[in-house]
Write a protein that binds this ligand. Sequence first.
Ligand SMILES: Nc1ncnc2c1ncn2[C@@H]1O[C@H](COP(=O)(O)OP(=O)(O)OP(=O)(O)O)[C@@H](O)[C@H]1O
Length: 597
Amino acid sequence: MRTDRLVLGAFLALLLLVPAILSPYYVTLLNYIGLYAMVALGLVLLTGVGGLTSFGQAAFVGLGAYTTAALTTATDLPGWLAWAGTSPWLTLAVGLLLTALVAVLIGSLTLKLSGHFLPLGTIAWGISLYFLFGTMESLGGHTGISGIPAIGLLGWTLDEGGEIYYLIWAFLLVAMLTTHNLLDSREGRAIRALKGGRVMAEAMGVDTSRSRMVIFVIAALLACASGWLYAHMQRFVNPTPFGVHIGIEYLFMAVVGGAGYVWGAIVGAGVITVLKQWLQNWLPSLLGATGNFETIVFGLLMVLVLHRAREGLWPILKKLVPVRALRKTIDPDAEPLPRRTLPKAGELILEAKDVTRRFGGLIANNNMSLEVRAGEILALIGPNGAGKSTMFNQISGVDTPTSGEVRFLGKPVAGHDSREIARMGMSRTFQHVKLLPTMSVLENVAIGAHLRSDKGVLSSAWRLDRAEEARILKEAARQIERVGLAEYMYEEAGSLALGQQRILEIARALCADPCLLLLDEPAAGLRFREKEALGELLRKLRAEGMATLIVEHDMDFVMSLVDRVVVMEFGQKIAEGLPDEIQQNPAVLEAYLGGVE
Ligand SMILES: Nc1ncnc2c1ncn2[C@@H]1O[C@H](COP(=O)(O)OP(=O)(O)OP(=O)(O)O)[C@@H](O)[C@H]1O
């Protein structure tokens, strides 16, 4: 048996035995750790992986707790709602539904915010919900609600710490398993691209706003489930545990444990809960005075951890546990992904007509026109600052021309976002490479196939996407082999040399099965042999009917490869023609060499 399975088995066996071997005090402590870890797990997804900082999770815990408290203790529920108060399991369903609705509402208002505005937004709604719990008379005001019944399960009443313990940890383990599965999927790659890779992900067809909303709702649902369990464990709720200061503590747990790791949630919740408890017990006797000293020491310890272990404690602990990272396997029998039929050679694919782009007084593109046909490689060249990248942005829908029009496959590009354009069959690389550096080469390339597959969050969480995932990985591996990076398939993308990272971007673009490739300086940083191999690949793609538009500074590479060349200077087209003609063109020589004798 593999060591990691043994370690996991030992951990689960230990969890199972806890109520039998530990005193009720420690069981209660573990109950709290389980409840907190569930909220911290949501923050791992939201903050650690997705890069969205929230201080407001405690409010969602409160929503779960108050929903069940109010419904299960009410004596005068209206007829249409009376069914909900009959069992805590029904109130869980109501709480989750309500939380999802509130999260979608709050998310649509706050997730558009960026930078420090988003955390501030979460504080704002965190405070609002907290005061709502305390202000509503029907929720017991600041006194709260007591007399909440225990949860019944298969004939048992879970009214003791040692009993609800199993339910709490079962919830947590299922949440960890499904979160782990989700992150290891098509949806998960989209989520992992949110932090630092949004432009790239959108260009690959990922709806990043939807992905942000997905993790926001999941994190809220996990917090709600934790609140539901809390209410039935305590059998009493009041607003105190749902304030913003507890929201900050949840964030600490995720960060201290390791905000980018599923196991970080347990580690963070465990360390902070135990530490607080110890400090509370020991400090008064150590200092000979009572007071909230633990909060001060706790704050200092946090600063220390943030200085010394930015990634949190889990990566450090992981080194001590004999667990090796699992390598993804490529299933050679997986069915190939469907492919689009490429237009016939010579067919007009891309047409830019009189494109002008002004930035204030600066005209970066001035009446630029060009055409690319199927089975053709067109180079767009020009000195630095000529306006090539700006033109690329107009073509790929990243930017909109001030005047003029770009048509792709006969349809105007303006008004469509990068995602729709990607879906139409345009795929690009970036002048400044945009990769997810800690993800493997294989997974980076697999993002390219996002639009060629459709399994969603639930299928991913419950592993119903494995057949499709195998097809995606097989396609990604095929493209990696095609561009000559097979030996680096399982390396972290960030560890590759810059030239190889550019080639990786081409594999990712090809994984989208495009009919038009836009390559921004693909040969920059490549060695001679690598350039030769790239040239060969592009020639092969051309023979298959691919249309390619390439911006490149390496003239030897360009002139020996492309069919036609468009030359720009100061935002305008100064020449267009066959490579041989362009090399003799006096205007081009003037632009590049500053004049001919
Ligand atoms: N968003 C922007 N706002 C203002 N000016 C811009 C913007 N983007 C580009 N420019 C300006 O437009 C001009 C053309 O820039 P662009 O990056 O398109 O040139 P380029 O030919 O791609 O150059 P290089 O080969 O160095 O990448 C430059 O003067 C640049 O400063």
